[in-house]
Design a protein around this ligand. Sequence first.
Ligand code: NAD
Length: 351
Amino acid sequence: MRFVHETLPQRVVFAPGGAPAAVAAEVAGLKATRVMLIAGPGEAALAGRVGADLPVAVRHGEVVMHVPADVADRARKAATEGAVDALVCVGGGSTTGLAKAVALTTGLPIVAVPTTYAGSEATNVWGLTEGEVKTTGVDPRVLPRSVVYDATLMLGLPVEMSVASGLNALAHCVDAMWGPRADPIDRALAQEGVRGLALGLPAVAADPTGLEGREQTLYGAYLAAVAFASAGSGMHHKICHVLGGMFNLPHAQTHAVVLPHVLAFNAPAAPEAERRIAEGFGSRTAVEGLAALREALAAPRALRDYGMPEDGILRAVAPVLDAVPADNPTPVTEENLTALLRAAWEGSDPA
Ligand code: NAD
């Protein structure tokens, strides 16, 4: 066994019901005295609770999915003008993404308080969009210094968004099995992530206000993000990145739809990944495990339901072919990729 694994430096606090005190402790640990509290209008009430004990100098509420460059510029200006010394973000991947954009140019430390299962808080990846082009990059400055996970903040996340976001996390686990830098540690974390998500998500769908399902899902989502950050983007994320950028599709739902198609495509050529994913699900095969979970969750099925035009299938083939890692388990061709995209577009059976 010969590999190099990099573990990213970050404090992670699981504190159900305890975010206000836990975040205050993390901010005090940074010796920060002027906090910029970032939260979109949808999460303003949650942020009000979380920020109750913080030395807040600036409240910033302009959050837009995929972090448009002008939105990032205004947030950076607010941070500079407010002379803040730390960023606290309360929200989903869009909110964490905005905090990362500010940290990228200012070097300010982030304390992240996630309210979805997107997992951006555990990665050193930033993203910005200019027009229709989304640029991503890796930079140690954008990795939050601390993450505070408080499952009670998720009790109000609607079931549909919870399911899509949880399947987005599951996609991190699956792609971490064969990403370009995937190693045995990533696979072990991803397998445990699958187990947590498979246990937690049905409980969330059955009772969105139940704490135990929310906690299991959050635990799985964190492991998923750590594994994914280390392994890097595989075929699944390359497809979703291209489609999301070209057709402005909603992030989590796009992942939820595409995932079973990529799993069915790669599993026959990736026996270790297939075994580990199946074990995480506790099912006979990985494909069956995911199908059963999706069935139980009434998961999103078809890209056409989210606004992708039919002629987008052919338009997406070339950019996806360019982006998919060369060592993807199943060799990707124009024909098999077109068939995969069509199946995801119309929502037909991945198997
Ligand atoms: P999001 O942050 O846009 O949130 C989706 C919706 O859920 C929003 O309307 C939001 O207001 C609402 N919401 C969030 N938390 C809530 C709560 N607790 N209760 C009620 N409503 C709530 O979506 P997302 O899927 O979390 O994040 C998507 C973005 O994150 C994309 O831009 C994606 O590219 C990025 N992302 C980045 C990374 C990374 O490593 N850099 C990883 C994953 C996702």
